[in-house]
Structure formats: C-alpha cells, structure tokens
Design a protein around this ligand. Structure first.
Ligand code: OGA
Ligand code: MN
Length: 286
C-alpha cells in the first residue's frame, strides 16, 4: 500500500512513500493518479530513476512532449542544468542563464502554446547546497478564495499568453531562433478553466499571460498580476527542498510553480519530462 501524506498547512501537495516507481502495477498507478488529481503535486523522495525509467513512468500519464531546449540526446527528456559538458558551470549571463531565470517567476509550463503541457516531472540529479527549491501554488484554492466581484471579472475572461512577452520582460528573447519565434504566435486561454478530471475550477495565468482580450492592455496586465500575487500566498503554496533522487510530478492545468535561485558556483542538474496536453499532437516543449 502506498502512503500519501498531504503537505501540512497547505491546500496542495502530498508526499508519497511505499512505492518504487520502477515497479508500478496498474492498481498502484491508479492510486497515484487519484492522489495527483486531488493534491496537484506529488513528491516521491529517494527514487533515483534513470532517464529510461523516468520516461517510462512519465508515459503512464500520457504522451510526452519532445524537448527542444537542453541539448539532451534523447528528445523525450532534457536536463535543466547549469553544468556544461566539460563539467564547468554555465556563466550567470547568457541565453541559457536567461532561460533558467525565466523559471524563477510563477508560471505554468508552456501556457504560451495552443495546447499547453498537462504535467511536468522533475527529478534531482545534482542539488546545490543552498537554495534551488521549487515552489508550487494552488490555483484551485486561489479561485475559491476570490471575492464575488473579482470572480465575476475572472469568469469568462480570456487571457493572451505569449512567450515573446514573458521572455522579453526578462531580456531573454535570444533563447529562440527567428523561425522558432515565428512558430510561437500568442495564444488565448480562458482565465478560469475547469479541471477535466476533478471538475474544479481554477485560475489559469502565470508569467506567460500578457493581457486580457477586450480589456485595456495595462489594466488587464495589472489584473493578472494582482490575481497571481494574491494566489501565491499561504496556505496555497509549498516548497520542496530537493535531495538527489527525488522526483516530483505536478499538474500544469491547475498549479503554478517557480524555481528558487541558488549560488552560481554550485551545480544543479534536474531531469525533466513533460506530458503533453490531452488534445496535443506531436508537441515539443521548452
Ligand atoms: C520547470 C521549472 C523550476 C525548477 O522545470 O518547468 O520551472 O525549480 N523548473 O527547476
Ligand atoms: Mn516550469
């Protein structure tokens, strides 16, 4: 029997023990999937999966996005890493550093795509001594906490999501080639979405959300920023301080996440798989 321990004092997240993710029968997977739908984020400590094992576990949740950033040989898995192939650490300036910087702002993965990622899985290969935590925020509870007037404004609103906007804001537009940018026009997503498995409504925004259709651009942006700032408050957040071998899966459809910084002279290597949205075709991700 697996043990699911919700994160204390938070509306989301649970730690799961009593399972080896390499040896998962269908019944146990069913328990894990149900717990994931309930808690939004599951932490599995000390799993130490190989890339192949992580891919196999990830495929249980759906088809995987191909990854175009990270330079990994296997396109279904990529590394978020500040370690270069020669073992030296990546300089804190430069386009890859800007890509990593983008992850430190609250976001939901690839919301700038027509069909955003359903889930993301990170596992820790090398962890820094200090910092480098990942944090998640519960956008279902954030929706529930809205006052009636704000909820009425949010319901039915449509947000424009754009990677050019979010990367431009941090000066990181050279992370992609012109052709890659051309393939990424702004997309629209409802600001309030209903989770297909649980039926719970949630706010859907984050750093790629630029403005709101039909609203003055600055006013829409201010509303999005206020909604996010209010959302990411206790008890709707929790942080995981990584140890090597840990694996976390989160539901991009209803939680935001961000990575915390760490000293530039310490290595951090994370393996990353991404589960495509259910109506995605052959999708790639960043
Ligand atoms: C990601 C991400 C944050 C982190 O992998 O999508 O945002 O803590 N990571 O590495
Ligand atoms: Mn991310």
């Amino acid at each position: 029997m697996i043990e699911v321990r919700p994160i204390a004092d938070a509306t989301l997240g649970a730690r799961v023990s009593g399972v080896d993710l390499r040896k998962l029968d269908d019944a146990t997977f069913g328990e894990i999937e149900a717990a994931w739908h309930e808690h939004g984020v599951l932490v599995f400590e000390g799993q130490f999966l190989s890339d192949e094992e992580q891919i196999a576990f990830s495929r249980r949740f759906g088809s995987l996005e191909r990854l175009i950033v990270g330079g990994a040989p296997d396109p279904e898995i990529a590394y978020l890493s500040n370690v270069r192939p020669d073992g030296r650490l990546i300089a804190p300036e430069g386009s890859y550093a800007l890509f990593l910087l983008g992850n430190t702002f609250w976001h939901t993965d690839s919301s700038f795509k027509r069909v955003p990622a359903k889930a993301s899985i990170l596992s820790a290969r090398r962890v820094p001594q200090d910092g480098g935590e990942t944090e998640w925020a519960d956008m279902r509870a954030a929706y529930d906490a809205l006052d009636a007037e704000t909820r009425a404004r949010a319901d039915g609103a449509v947000a424009v999501h754009s990677y050019r906007y979010s990367q431009g804001r941090i000066g990181g537009v050279d992370v992609l080639s012109d052709a890659e940018w051309d393939a990424l026009p702004p997309v629209e997503h409802a600001l309030v979405r209903v989770h297909p498995a649980t039926g719970r409504p949630n706010l859907y925004a984050g750093r790629h959300a630029s403005h709101i259709v039909g609203m003055d651009e600055e006013q829409g942006r201010a509303l999005l920023e206020k909604l996010t700032a209010d959302a990411v408050q206790a008890p709707r957040v929790f942080a995981h301080h990584w140890s090597e071998g840990d694996l976390v899966i989160w539901d991009n459809r209803c939680v935001l996440h961000r990575g915390r910084t760490w000293p530039g002279d310490q290595a951090r290597v994370m393996s990353r798989t991404t589960i495509a949205g259910d109506d995605a075709g052959n999708e790639w991700s960043l």
